[in-house]
Design a protein around this ligand. Structure first.
Ligand code: PAF
Length: 281
């Protein structure tokens, strides 16, 4: 795996590969990699010729400075995982490189997508995400970018940014990887105790309950039952639980057969904010 720390060296190298007609796959990450990230690398390996992964803990998407400070940075472990997964290129820039002093102000119209759910609870988060993903897309110029379904709203936001900026990159959404008992893999899980890890299972249990009964029960009943599952474990604090249409992410009170829906959830446990989602068929 080749490692680049400066945009110019990375761009120079990738320009040659583009000229050779190689299809470039891109997996942007903030590090603290786990099997979920590796499943993105694996998907990229299957569909593209060269896989670029970036590790950059992006300060502009953290609305809580303590969260940024606490974000794990196990870089040697990350490099070992990427090497084992046969990732071709790792881009590892410093903050000053991605955000130079003369960096222009970033504001993009994301409609309602950055004002609801994650956007409401993490003001400015999606402006920060789109800012860094746009910068990375400009540097890597990927044919296909790979994102995990776990951050469902993030994918919708990035899709909107691609449209707004008329970018050519295609998005590939990779299903969430879960532990055998259903917990969505996340870098934040490392901050939970053994008891916390067990309690966190109620998130996926609540989502699965909705998924299993959506054909037979109405939405208010499903949400009440799912909330009861969450609160059956002490210490969980629900931030939101909603059933929404997949593209607008507007909440619905009724399922229309011609539309697609997703259940979104966010909850706090042991000072850790957890999110998850499941598509409804
Ligand atoms: O999903 C993430 O890890 C981050 O939001 C991303 C897309 C790498 C941007 O910093």
């Amino acid at each position: 795996m080749e490692i680049f720390v400066t945009p110019s060296a990375l761009q120079h190298h990738l320009a040659t590969l583009h000229q050779q007609g190689k299809k470039i796959g891109f997996v942007p990450t903030m590090g603290a990699l786990h099997e979920g990230h590796i499943s993105l690398i694996n998907s990229a390996k299957i569909t593209t010729n060269i896989v670029v992964c970036s590790i950059f803990v992006n300060p502009t998407q953290f609305n809580d400075p303590k969260d940024l400070e606490k974000y794990p940075r196990p870089i040697e472990h990350d490099k070992a995982l990427l090497t084992a997964a046969n990732c071709d290129i790792l881009f590892l820039p410093e903050v000053a490189v991605m955000y130079p002093n003369n960096d222009p102000h970033w504001a993009i119209d994301l409609g309602n997508l950055d004002k609801i759910w994650e956007g409401k609870h993490r003001p400015g988060h999606f402006q920060g995400v789109t800012q860094i993903v746009y910068k990375l897309f400009q540097l890597v110029n990927p044919d296909i970018a790979f994102f995990g379904q776990k951050d469902f709203q993030q994918i919708m936001v990035i899709q909107r940014m691609i449209k707004e900026k008329a970018l050519k990159v295609k998005l590939n959404i990779v299903p969430t990887l879960r532990s055998v008992d259903g917990l969505a893999l996340s870098s934040r899980n490392a901050r939970l105790s053994a008891t916390g890890l067990h309690k966190a299972l109620t998130l996926s249990k609540a989502l699965r309950h909705i998924q299993q009964h959506v054909q037979t029960k109405d939405i208010p009943t499903l949400l009440t039952e799912a909330r009861a599952i969450i609160y059956s474990e002490e210490g969980l604090e629900l931030e939101y639980l909603t059933i929404c249409e997949t593209t607008t992410l507007e909440s619905t009170t009724k399922i229309h057969t011609e539309k697609d829906y997703v259940v979104l959830i966010a909850a706090w446990l042991e000072g850790v904010r957890l999110i998850d989602n499941m598509l409804l068929q």
